[in-house]
Design a protein around this ligand. Structure first.
Ligand code: GDP
Length: 196
């Protein structure tokens, strides 16, 4: 049966790897700096309004939120990163949790890296890219807020990120408000989930 992203529903939050659902089926993880537009992207890609609630308290959401598209097909919303004001202990916790999740998750099929198209490839983004590469995990770069740039500027940003990431990595200019890139993002996510 074809997967329908519109059926996506909240499954659970996990504060630690032991809280995660059984590691079976397929998962696609979304990561990005706080405020990059990850929640808006998840809502737009699934078409489920309010699915991922955008927390407006910087650095407070240190939970992994899991959503179920269908049995054994999940979307995983990893905590945002990059807020300078976050205390070291919270940042260390973020690292531990991410490593705990990303390091051992066998059902993880792909990794959507959400970056503001005007500020891509910051340090922690690059760290995640390196990590994904070291595990041969495919990446799709979602360059959000493309509506803030002209088409020519957005095209240039896409080219620059594609050059930096190299062959085999999808790069999409995306706008949650305008719908730009939504179909491409859906296709990437569904292709990974369909790997089962
Ligand atoms: P998150 O912290 O990464 O989950 O980011 P949010 O989805 O909460 O978005 C952060 C801010 O960027 C909010 O004020 C959103 O309204 C805004 N935003 C998100 N996506 C877009 C977009 O595609 N275009 C524009 N113009 N603003 C966006």
């Amino acid at each position: 049966m074809a997967l329908d992203l519109r059926r996506t529903a909240f499954l659970r939050s996990a504060a630690a790897p032991r809280d995660l659902p059984p590691d079976q089926g397929a998962e696609v993880a979304f990561a990005g700096r706080s405020n990059a537009g990850k929640s808006s992207a998840l809502n737009a890609i699934t078409g489920v309004h309010g699915l991922a609630r955008a927390s407006k308290t910087p650095g407070r959401t240190q939970l992994i939120n899991l959503f179920e598209v269908a049995p054994d097909a999940r979307l995983v919303d990893l905590p945002g990163y990059g807020y300078a004001a976050v205390p070291d202990a919270v940042r260390a916790g973020w690292h531990d949790m991410l490593e705990g999740y990303l390091g051992g998750r066998r059902s993880l099929r792909g990794f959507v890296l959400v970056m503001d198209i005007r500020h891509p490839l910051k340090d922690l983004d690059l760290e995640l890219i390196d990590w994904a590469r070291s595990r041969a995990l495919p990446i799709h770069a979602l360059l959000t807020k493309a509506d803030k740039l002209s088409k020519a500027q957005a095209d240039r940003a896409v080219r620059e990120v594609a050059d930096a990431l190299g062959a085999g990595t999808g790069v999409t200019a995306f706008s949650a408000t305008k719908g730009t890139g939504r179909d491409a993002a859906r296709r990437a996510v569904l292709a990974w989930l369909a790997e089962g």
